[in-house]
Structures are given as C-alpha cells and as structure tokens.
Design a protein around this ligand. Sequence first.
Ligand code: C2E
Ligand code: CA
Ligand code: CA
Length: 603
Amino acid sequence: MTHFAPPFPANERERVARVAELCYRDAVDDDVLDRIVALAAEVFGTPIALISILEEQQQWFRAKVGITVSSTPRDVSFCGHTILVDDFFEVPDTHHDPRFRHNVLVTGPPGIRYYAGVPLLTDDGHALGSLCVIDKRPRAPMSAGQRESLRHLAQLVVHRLHDLRADSFIDRPTRLMNRIRLEDDIHRHLSAREEPLLVAVDFLSPSFVNDIVKALGYSFSQRLVSEISRRVAGLIGHDCVLYRIGLTRFAFIKPRDECLATLYARFSTAFSTPVEHDGIPIRTQIGMGALELDCHTINDRDWVRLVVSAADYARDRGIGWARYQAELDIAQQRAFVLLSSLSYALEESEQLGLVFQPRIDFASGRCCAVEALLRWTHPTLGPIGPDEFIPLAEKTDLIRLLSVWVVEAAIKQTRHWRDAGYDFKVAINISPCDLEGPAFTDRLIQTLERYGVEAATLEIEFTEGALIKNPAECRNQLTRLRALGIEISIDDFGTGYSNWTYLRELPATSVKLDRSLLKDIESQEKDRRLVTTLIDLAQRLGYKVVAEGIENQASFDAVKGWGCDEGQGYFIAPPMASERLIEWIEHEGGAAAVAEAASEVSC
Ligand code: C2E
Ligand code: CA
Ligand code: CA
C-alpha cells in the first residue's frame, strides 16, 4: 500500500510552539467555534465540517460536526497537507487521487470522498491546523466565491482562538502568560519527560507593593509592573516565555544546567538602578527562586507555590537567589496546618488556655501583677508555643479572634480572683492589629462591663511594632484605654526601633525591658551600661520599669540594684495554671498581697 504522509513544513518547530500556545487541548467546547463549523457545513452542504489542530504527531478536532472521533494520527490527516499551502487545499475525489486513495479515512470511516480545507494562519504565518468541509461523495471543485467564504470562516476561527487564549492564559495588564498557563506548561514538560528548571523572581515584598498602591495609586503600581516586566523580558532571552504569576512576581523555564548565579547577577545588575515611573524611582528587592522539575512527582506537587516559596525566602533574607529546599516547604506546610486548625481551636475551648506568670514589686517583694500567656495544645501536634502560632495568626484575621478569646478568658479569670479576694493586676498581651481601629477597645470595655471587673485591674502589654503602621490611630486607642484607668506597658522594650518621639507621646505607664537585654549582663560591661541607660531614660520619661526574663540571683540582684521597679522571670516563678498560681501566691510570693487584699475586703 502506498502511503503518502504529509511532509513537515520548514517552520515546524515554531509552528508547534504556536499551536501549544494558542490551542489548549483540554479546553472546554466553545460555542462560537461550534457555530462556525455548523455554519460551514450548512453553507457548503457537507455532512462533515471540522476545525482540526495539527500537533507534532496527531490532529485533534477543536470543533466538529458529522464525525465522532476526536483525533487521528497526523500521517493520515488531510490537514497535514492543508497547512503546507498558503490558502486553500481541495481534493474533489479522493478515489482519483493517489495521495489519498488508500488513506484509512477514505477506505474506512468516515469514508472521505471530497475534502476542502483552509489553513488556520496566525499573523506571523504559522498554520495551526485547518478549517475543512468533507463530503462522503465526490464534488465539483469550489467556485472562487465559495473558497473566499471558507477563507473568511477560517479567519474567524483564528480570531476566536486568539481571544480564547487571551481570556484564560493572559495576564491582561502585562499581556504576558499567566500562572494557569505556567502550570499547564509545566505539566506539558513533565508529560514529555523533560525536567527543566523553573525560576521565579519577585521584585517587591507584598507589603511594600501595598504601601505603593496606598501612596501612589493602583495605576502607578500597574505601570511600575509593566516597566519591571519590560526589563525582565530583556534579560531572559527571546526563546524564553515570561509568565506573570503574582503582583510583582514573574516566572520562566530554563534548561536544567542554567547557571543561577550568573542569571541572578544579570538581574541584579539590570535592577541596580531603580525602576522609575512618572519620575518616581522605586528600588526593587529581588528574590529569585529555582526548582528542578521532576517527572517522578508529576501530579502531586504544587510547583509554582514551591518555587515562589524559594524566591520569597531569598528576598526576605536578602540573599539574592535560592534553590527550593524541602525544609522550606515543611515549614510552610506546618504553618498551613497550624493556621487551619487554629480556627477550630477557637471554637473548641479545651485546646486553648491561659497560664499566668507572676511579677513582683521589688520594694515590697509582693506579687503585684500576673501576665496572662496563651497556650495551645493541638490535638495531634501537641503543645504549640505562642512564639510560633501568634506571629502566624498575625498574618491573618484570626489574630482578632484570638485577642478576643484572650480578653474574655483573662477577664473571666480576673473576676474569679477578685471574688476570692486577690487584688493583683492582670496583664494581657495584645497584637499590633488590635490597635488599628476601635473594635478591640470596644470589645474590651464591653467585656469588663459584662464581668463587672474594674478597668484599673487590667494592664495591656503592646510592642512598638504596633506603632509602625498607623501611629496616630494606635495612640488614639491607647489613650482611650488609659482614660479608663487601664495600665499600658511597652513590651520587649529595647529591641524595637525605640522612636523616642513617639514613645514620649504615648499614654504608657511602664516599660518591660526585653529579656534578651539581661542575658549577658554578668559578662558584658556594655550590656550593663545599655540596661542602666535604658532604665534611666525610661524613668526620666516617667515610666515604671519592669525587668523580665530574670533567670538567676545575679540578674535579680542587678536589676533590683539598678532601680527597676518590678521583676518577672523563671527565677521568681514560671508561668503557671491559675490554681497553681494561687498556691504559689499563698506559699511563696504573694503573702503580703493577699494579706493586704484581705484587710481591704474586711474594712
Ligand atoms: P512576651 O510578652 O515577651 O512574654 C514573655 C515570654 O517570656 C513568655 O513566653 C514567658 O514564658 C517567657 N519567660 C518568662 N520568664 C522567662 C525567663 O526567665 N527566661 C526566659 N528565657 N523566658 C521567660 P511565652 O509564653 O512562650 O510567650 C512568648 C510570646 O508570645 C510573648 O512574649 C508574647 O509576645 C506572645 N504571647 C503570649 N501570649 C500572648 C497573647 O495572649 N496574645 C498575644 N498577642 N501575644 C501573646
Ligand atoms: Ca508580654
Ligand atoms: Ca516581653
């Protein structure tokens, strides 16, 4: 049997690339394309009309009428011939054409006798496939007018394919490919058992972009992104597709042996000058992440997320570029698990609890206050420290619920202690976002009222971080709380940026020297001088000074000797559950407090 497989066109490689770009095999049926084939069949009176897309090995039908198969091998396809001509290919009777007489599509179903097709040509001259009409009987050749009509319909098909691609794969603002498309292309590489390098580059931290949007508007930030994408496109090479996968985040695929240090150096040089728009220069902070695609884990990995985590890691640490490391992902997955279980924990109250650490007044030795510290026992992961889950929660809205939970639990506990005759203050830690608006303060006031607890019993500990975003609002809320008689304490004092201008204006009543400051006071003269200077400064500003993290007798004696007013730390007592705390107060730390409270109650 003579077999006339159509030859490959000269531009086959680029052509296949265009097909991959424009024709998405898994795309859902499109109504417009369906109507075009229906119209073609109707206008030409043929039982079959097809939009055939020609890939390297096969043709598949993007829309069809009159046949049931959805693809055929390329070497028997008529379309393979059509793409070789400029505008029209016709076979009036296949039985009289030696190229097709023995073709399986002629000798078997659908039994093609007549074929007329027009290539689906892109603007840059690549044929994606064809629009064709097919009859099971031989026909006279088409008239010039009929050919013209078929050509017009083919043009419509190409337009539509472009539009469809634009809809699903294009990032409109930059006209680059989007993340969906990248995921698709990754899958395509892996299916072809190719394992190239996936690279993601981020240019600005999300919070910085946010600030830009707030300060300069959305359209400014969009134009900034266009400027960044223009620079990036010039750096990755013409044969490399650029994808936009986030606000200022881009990705591309490189051969596995690409030298990342060189690639990064190229980026870093090109972005050493700020990106500028409307005369406003913005300095970028590049983070590049890379990850080798691996066929063995084709389906179960979220490649884009992993490579982005490597890029974030590089940017956050200022190290330029980083390869993806499994540990990064383990940390992220844990963060994800913790955050998703935290909302359940908030509903299931047994998982969360407060412990209380005493604070003593150096002058009297009595327990003057306790700090409420949150504890979480995860049902499968066990105890999770607040240092781990609070910073995570602070990245989400869960922190608001958590703060409300703490307020409720702490005030309820205070009510019990008051009823039992104890008068020590109760300090709670709050997060920066609690001071971003009136909601938290409102809730706190309402809870105090509900339990009939005096506001002056409560103390709020907040860190200077709260001041960064909106110092005016933060001061506002603190002033409201202070006006109620609530004590305000600046926590972790001496570790933040200590902007004295702000601190001076805050309605705070005390500072808590951060525990890290006490760590080396025994051995380091400089540390001693720093601590004494801070104590002096704070006291001159009218603040009471609390030393925290007192772990031994030497630190205890030192901070007491330096004039600190109050102290807290494992040396005095660890954080304890409420019952244990009362035992401690009764036997060790709080005899004086209880005695005084009792005498007040009796008179
Ligand atoms: P923080 O406010 O500085 O709390 C003091 C931390 O120091 C507590 O850790 C406490 O257990 C620990 N500590 C006490 N004495 C000593 C000592 O002598 N040496 C050392 N090395 N550490 C000591 P914890 O309970 O793990 O809390 C860690 C942080 O989590 C807290 O730091 C606070 O920032 C945050 N946090 C805890 N509970 C809450 C809460 O209810 N709400 C908010 N927003 N944050 C909380
Ligand atoms: Ca604290
Ligand atoms: Ca602290």
